[in-house]
Write a protein that binds this ligand. Structure first.
Ligand code: CA
Length: 228
């Protein structure tokens, strides 16, 4: 089955580069140069994945992400420039799956697309309940966390935080999403809770918590559980 990607990008060079490299990888590529065009294409013929640039001539993309989320589980990967940090977080909170900051390599883009598609696929089939990478093994069904085969003892909040990251393994989860899902919607501004608990989790899980292998910081955005 050929997967269809909708690339929304007004920069002609970047658009052409993404189109050719994604085609080489076997994707069928559609392109749009504005949000209005992208919205029309999405409604007419929904793709399997959307790559959405933030710097578009006719708006900020939040409405498009919300519309996609209302109708289907299509992964949306946001592409932004560094100065668009706040807008990028808004889109992630609105339901975008992941993001890339310009300049990025085609390899990175492909990796993010694969993770997002896999995640949506498994989310439709069954929730992700297991995670294993190197020395770390997490099984949410039996409530077990092992490091080097040895049980790691976590507090209920530490476990909730880790479990939330396992369910989105490989993808960034924003501060707001983590605070809402672990502590509750009234705690979205309490980012110091996150820093505190992430520090505790790293001390228990990482070999070197100063250079985390598993619990990765996405500066200013959130955290990501490494899958590779
Ligand atoms: Ca642009």
């Amino acid at each position: 089955m050929t997967l269809r990607v909708l690339v929304v990008e007004d920069d002609r060079e970047i658009r052409a580069l993404m189109q050719s490299s994604l085609s080489v990888e076997g994707f069928e590529v559609q392109t749009a140069v504005s949000l209005s065009e992208a919205g029309a294409m999405f409604r007419h013929h929904p793709p399997d994945v959307i790559v959405l640039d933030l710097g578009l001539p006719d708006g900020d993309g939040v409405e498009l992400v919300r519309e996609v989320r209302r109708h289907r589980a299509i992964p949306v990967i946001v592409v932004s420039a560094r100065h668009q940090e706040a807008q990028k977080i808004l889109l992630l909170d609105a339901g975008a799956d992941d993001y890339l900051t310009k300049p990025f390599s085609v390899g990175e883009l492909l990796a993010r697309i694969r993770v997002a598609l896999r995640h949506r696929g498994t989310a439709l089939a069954a929730a992700v309940t297991e995670h294993a990478l190197d020395d770390l093994h997490i099984d949410l069904q039996s409530h077990v966390v092992l490091r080097d085969g040895q049980p790691v003892h976590l507090t209920p909040t530490e476990y909730k935080l880790l479990a939330r990251l396992v369910r989105s393994a490989g993808r960034v989860v924003t501060h707001r999403q983590l605070l809402t899902d672990v502590w509750g919607p009234e705690f979205t501004e309490h980012t110091h809770y996150l820093r505190l608990y992430m520090g505790q989790l790293r001390a228990k899980i990482e070999r070197d918590s100063a250079e985390p292998r598993h619990l990765l910081t996405e500066t200013g955005v959130g955290y990501r559980l490494a899958t590779a």
